[in-house]
Write a protein that binds this ligand. Structure first.
Ligand SMILES: CC(C)(COP(=O)(O)OP(=O)(O)OC[C@H]1O[C@@H](n2cnc3c(N)ncnc32)[C@H](O)[C@@H]1OP(=O)(O)O)[C@@H](O)C(=O)NCCC(=O)NCCS
Length: 151
């Protein structure tokens, strides 16, 4: 799926959540746990391997500034995570199941669109299974993304 434009205004986190800078020494295991829980029922690749983050960091399209974190405002617990490649591709995005439907995923996506727009990307891409059980296809379409290729 693809979006060919992005908003200009600063994107606020929904009430009860804060954006926080990605910290490579502490966030990857927390992000992996969140992704594994989020994807477990969807049959998507589970990032269980110990080498997952080492391989991610070694990728030529990796940039820590393209790892996005949202935490609960009170506890500081991880609430959402996204990791993108420099080519304008969203590799992973997930919201903790207890926090879905609160606008956090949409705010995170808009933040990603804004970041890539500032980098001069003409479009943002991702892959999603058409039968994603958490309604991700509808989610992406609600943000203005369009299907460019069906595999
Ligand atoms: C997809 C995901 C990131 C959405 O995050 P979220 O925080 O729940 O989404 P939001 O609350 O910001 O929803 C924004 C809009 O998306 C749409 N949407 C979100 N979840 C939906 C669902 N289950 N069914 C239909 N539409 C949905 C709605 O239009 C919603 O707008 P609304 O507020 O008018 O209802 C989240 O469900 C998730 O983490 N899923 C598991 C991991 C995953 O599959 N990631 C995608 C891999 S490609």
């Amino acid at each position: 799926m693809r979006l060919g434009r992005g908003p200009d205004a600063l994107i606020a986190a929904p009430a009860g959540f804060l954006w926080t800078a990605f910290e490579p020494s502490t966030h990857p295991p927390l992000a992996r746990d969140l992704l594994n829980r989020a994807y477990a029922d969807g049959g998507a690749a589970v990032r269980a391997g110990r080498d997952w983050w080492r391989e991610t960091e070694a990728d030529p399209e990796y940039d820590p500034k393209l790892c996005f974190i949202a935490v609960e405002a009170g506890s500081g617990r991880l609430a959402a995570f996204a990791q993108c490649w420099t080519s304008g591709f969203i590799k992973d995005i997930a919201v903790a199941d207890t926090h879905r439907g609160k606008g956090l995923g949409a705010a995170l996506m808009r933040r990603i669109f804004q970041t890539f727009q500032a980098r001069g990307c003409a479009h943002v891409d991702l892959k999603v299974q058409v039968d994603n059980p958490s309604g991700a296809v509808h989610f992406y379409k609600s943000l203005g993304m369009t299907v460019v290729e069906e595999l």
